[in-house]
Design a protein around this ligand. Sequence first.
Ligand code: GRF
Length: 187
Amino acid sequence: MVEKTKACVLISGNGTNLGSLIKNSRNYNFPIKIELVISNNENARGIKLAKKYSIPYKFISSSSIKSFERNTLFEIKKRKIKFLCLAGFMKVLSKNFINSFGYKIINIHPSLLPKYKGLNTHKRVLKNNEKYSGCTVHYVTSRLDSGKIISQKKIKIKKNETEKSLEKRILTQEHKLYSKSIISLFK
Ligand code: GRF
């Protein structure tokens, strides 16, 4: 059995990326073990997944980002977490938090970064008549969606593509790309 790195996933919403990470991380050779899920949204659907798979989870309010970061650092240090994955986590982490953690923090974003940082990516991509879109896994810095790119998956936009259809097609790719990227980081 490979010695797995203890990881925590930060979420705010549906948690479909969390779901695919949980499933893949149960694989014998997967390099990380998800030991904790933290949500800044008490009603995030992703919390149900943590419950379903018996993964410890915490709701930590982010109404003050300072106290969110302080409480999160406390929880992850307590559990000796050495890898953080952001999966649909809707807050920007501070430099101070990133430095205090001291290990890798990665995120997945539904566009071909550096294009379309931030929210409503699919809407903006379609409005600009882009031929391609996709998803990106990147390191997290204190600047939104701006850290070094780890990997990307590009897909061709179809005729009659809608925001919904694009979101669905890209999300399917995200689920594959996130795990593949984690494997590549531990090689
Ligand atoms: C994904 O598109 C992710 O890239 C973005 O937010 C969405 C979250 O989806 N950051 P989910 O919560 O993993 O289902």
